[in-house]
Write a protein that binds this ligand. Structure first.
Ligand code: SAM
Length: 254
């Protein structure tokens, strides 16, 4: 659907707050853009993860699919911080939410295939734009599915630093079990293995397009960061699917 047609449909459909098509496409399949938000908010509510006065952090927020839902769950004392390597998405969010003093959006200028500019510091060196222990809730929705192990290690360490003790973070991933179709290369989705077989990729040409981790490997990274997996809601795990059926949702705390 062309950009102008999409904006008319967004307007008439009462969905004028949706980002334009080219930015929604940057986040993945269009047909699940809104339903994945609703699913995530349901989980946030069921687990009681956001309190009214919280500062919430949205890692890799893209064009802000979660912003409205999270703002509805905080009051005037609360605040929202989102960052992403994709400058056009962040600029759109900055324009869209400029009237709301609770919101802050930052471009992470990093060497990432998802950034519009090439070069910049390594993702492994990035510090989240947050003070220690400032966040009541941290979200990384569909971001670890694009991170290399060193990057994932760094972001988990940063989540640990940002998160107030006793509070929780949600990260989504693709996890697989040894011996599963994904682990043995029999699945249609993650065919490329790393040397140790603990990580698999969807594409050789775009290695970070979709990354799956052996569950125990990802849990090791979580523990090394000083975090604990409190709960796993399986979406892709154990890795028997031939399609990218949902993601695994991990609840982390310390
Ligand atoms: C699949 S999209 C998800 C966007 C958003 N979280 C959502 O669920 O709608 C992945 C996002 O992660 C961003 N991203 C990729 N690598 C990143 C990194 N190292 N740091 C921050 N954002 C990153 C991409 O630019 C993209 O916006």
């Amino acid at each position: 659907m062309a950009g102008p047609a999409d904006s008319v449909i967004r307007g008439f459909g009462g969905r004028g707050n949706l980002p334009p098509l080219r930015l929604r496409r940057h986040t993945g399949p269009l047909d699940s853009y809104e339903s994945s938000v609703a699913d995530m908010l349901r989980m946030v509510d069921q687990l009681g993860l956001v309190e009214r006065g919280d500062r919430v952090l949205d890692i890799g927020c893209g064009p802000g699919s979660m912003v409205e839902g999270l703002l509805e769950r905080i009051d005037r004392e609360g605040s929202y911080v989102g960052f992403d390597v994709h400058r056009p998405s962040i600029e759109w969010c900055q324009r869209r939410y400029r009237a709301d003093p609770r919101c802050r959006f930052e471009v992470a200028r990093l060497a990432s295939p998802y950034a519009t500019a090439r070069g910049g510091p390594a993702v492994e060196s990035y510090s989240f734009p947050i003070d220690d222990g400032e966040c009541g809730f941290v979200l990384a929705k569909s971001v670890f599915t694009h991170l290399e192990p060193g990057e994932a290690r760094r972001y988990l360490t940063e989540i640990r630093r940002a998160l107030r003790p006793g509070r929780a973070a949600i990260v989504t991933t693709f996890l697989f079990e040894p011996g599963s179709r994904t682990a043995t290369g029999h699945s249609q989705v993650f065919r490329r293995a790393d040397a140790a077989g603990r990580l698999r990729r969807r594409s050789r040409l775009a290695p970070q397009a979709a990354v799956a981790y052996e569950k125990s490997y990802f849990y090791e990274l979580v523990e090394q960061a000083g975090l604990r997996v409190q709960w796993l809601s399986a979406g892709f795990f154990p890795g028997e699917s031939d399609r990218l059926t949902g993601q695994d949702v991990l609840l982390l705390g310390h």
